[in-house]
Design a protein around this ligand. Structure first.
Ligand code: HEC
Length: 155
């Protein structure tokens, strides 16, 4: 290889290293964490559903089923792809959505929202946003997922 081209290549590679080294700690490549509290764009559920309380208890068994659905089994796709493995709203697909997926770890957003409201949105989705409808899930499954989701909120 011609020496001058070799030097140029080294120069260019070093340039990239410098740019990367600067941008990672400065958050250019990393996405900003979602706001907390986070604005909600979902429609309010009909009153009879809004006021429902989760009829399932947070037993280890129900939580485990909820977790499996959230992380792996739910169709058309597991919740984690958008809401994140930890529920922080930073799943692999999250960057593509505006408004962003709900951050379940943000207690300020999620704590005051009733079970029935969250149930309704999981079943029907939030039209005009990335939140899909999960009509294929049995009621029982949605309640189990909700137990798990509630547990992700930090105190
Ligand atoms: C393709 C991306 C995507 C997937 C998959 C997804 N969500 Fe969402 N979800 C969103 C987005 C975006 C919002 C924010 C919608 C809004 O604010 O209107 C949201 C909002 C929500 C809300 C907030 C409801 C409210 O009224 O505040 C709940 C609860 C929720 N999702 C649960 C789930 C559950 C449970 C699953 C899996 C069964 C799931 N989501 C899968 C993108 C997704």
């Amino acid at each position: 290889m011609n020496y001058r081209i070799f030097k140029l290549r080294i120069g260019v590679s070093l340039g990239f290293v410098v740019i990367l080294g600067w941008s990672i700690p400065h958050g250019v490549l990393a996405e900003e964490p979602p706001q907390c509290p986070q604005p909600r764009f979902t429609q309010k559920a009909p009153d009879n559903i809004y006021n429902l309380k989760n009829p399932f208890e947070a037993t280890p068994e129900n939580l485990k089923k909820g977790k499996m659905l959230y992380q792996v089994r739910a169709k058309p796709m597991p919740c984690k792809h958008c809401h994140g493995v930890k529920g922080d709203g930073r799943g692999a697909m999250a960057g593509g959505f505006d408004p962003p997926p709900r951050d379940f770890t943000c207690t300020k957003t999620i704590k005051g929202v009733p079970d029935g409201q969250l149930f309704w949105i999981i079943e029907n989705g939030s039209p005009g946003t990335g939140m899909l409808s999960f009509k294929g899930l049995k009621d029982e499954h949605i309640w189990q997922i909700l137990l798990y989701v509630r547990q992700l909120a930090k105190e």
